[in-house]
Ligand binder design. Structure first.
Ligand code: CP
Ligand code: NVA
Length: 331
């Protein structure tokens, strides 16, 4: 059956079938090839989209802007400081107003309920650009990057997420791996294990797709990985947790030794970015001065040939373009 995502929200990959996810990945690869060939699209001509950010961003914001421009669309950026949203106007009212003006709304913020509220009230597609518990556009980019670096079909691939296995990026990866019949392993401390309902949802999906979903603290989990993935140890809004996270997660820092434990010389390293892999950032320096080494990965791995993090960052744009085009574009 042909896939048609017109008018759909993109709030979580849980809402999408395996075929729909594969369709978005193929569309992203096509759009990437088109961009590489210098072909400018027009599938978003006459479309206006708004980007609403309550948390900071480099990749997601730029990807939405470039993706829309590339296809002839127009973008408005709003943040919580310079708009009425949430302060003087409820999210439901804001959604009703923005839905009258725009053809699609991107939202990045804290609670998943907020993006759901926007979707319920806007009357136009709403795209989740990251919440505390999900980051669905990220997972599309990550899997596109994996497909570019392996000859294996995805249902034969193993991805190991290392560190804070209950964060937004870990969750969206669990969802996409479950949907695509992949092997997902979460390697991290029991204190940061994923929520029961998330695990149980993924294991239910896995029964149908053949996916494997496992967790633990043992390095055995790393064996046979096609991709090692990590993220910062304290997500946006969790900065006060840095001391406890450093204590819990230092054993899960990705070093060359950890990469070698995969026993796969072709294993790629992925990271959603931004990353602490050196002391070139204000935060890494400040925390180190307080005695906290917040690096989740060493430079040796981050800068190694196995690392595909900048391809992955570029793929954010191609996959986000696929989501916008599929939901409001003219193809
Ligand atoms: N990976 C990601 O979402 O990056 P930004 O926070 O820069 O958007
Ligand atoms: N887990 C990180 C992802 C950043 C893209 C955060 O939420 O800050």
């Amino acid at each position: 059956m042909a896939v048609n995502l017109k008018g759909r929200n993109f709030l979580t990959l849980k809402d999408f079938t395996p075929d729909e996810i594969r369709y978005l990945l193929h569309l992203a690869a096509d759009l990437k090839a088109k961009k590489r060939a210098g072909i400018r699209g027009n599938t978003l001509e006459g479309k206006n989209i708004v980007l609403l950010f309550e948390k900071t961003s480099t990749r997601t914001r730029c990807s939405f802007e470039i993706a829309a421009h590339d296809e002839g669309g127009h973008v408005t950026f709003l943040d919580s400081k310079s708009s009425q949203v949430g302060k003087k106007e409820s999210m439901a009212d804001s959604a009703k107003v923005l839905g009258r003006l725009f053809d699609g709304i991107e939202y990045r913020g804290y609670d998943q309920e907020v993006v759901e509220c926007l979707a319920k009230n806007a009357g136009v597609p709403v795209w989740n650009g990251l919440t505390d518990i999900d980051h669905p556009t990220q997972a599309l980019s990550d899997i596109l990057t994996l497909t570019e670096n392996t000859k294996k079909p995805l249902n034969k691939c193993k991805l190991v997420f290392c560190g804070d296995t209950r964060n937004n990026v870990a969750y969206c990866l669990m969802y996409i791996c479950a949907k695509l019949g992949m092997h997902y392993a979460g390697w991290g401390p029991a204190e940061l294990a994923p929520a029961e309902d998330v695990v149980s949802y993924c294991r239910t999906v896995a029964k149908e797709t053949g996916a494997v979903i496992e967790f633990g603290e043992s390095r055995e989990l790393l064996k046979g990985a096609d991709a090692l993935y990590t993220d910062i140890w304290a997500s946006m809004g969790e900065e006060d947790k840095i001391p406890e996270r450093v204590k819990l997660l230092t054993p899960y820092r990705i070093t060359k030794e950890v990469l070698d434990a995969t026993e796969n010389p072709d294993c790629i390293f992925l990271h959603c970015l931004p990353s602490f892999h050196d002391f070139e950032t204000k935060m890494a320096k400040e925390q180190m001065a307080l005695g906290y080494d917040i690096r989740e990965v060493t430079d040796e791995v981050f800068l190694s040939p196995n690392s595909k993090v900048f391809d992955e960052a570029e793929n954010r744009m191609h996959t986000i373009k696929a989501v916008i085009v599929a939901t409001i574009g003219s193809v």
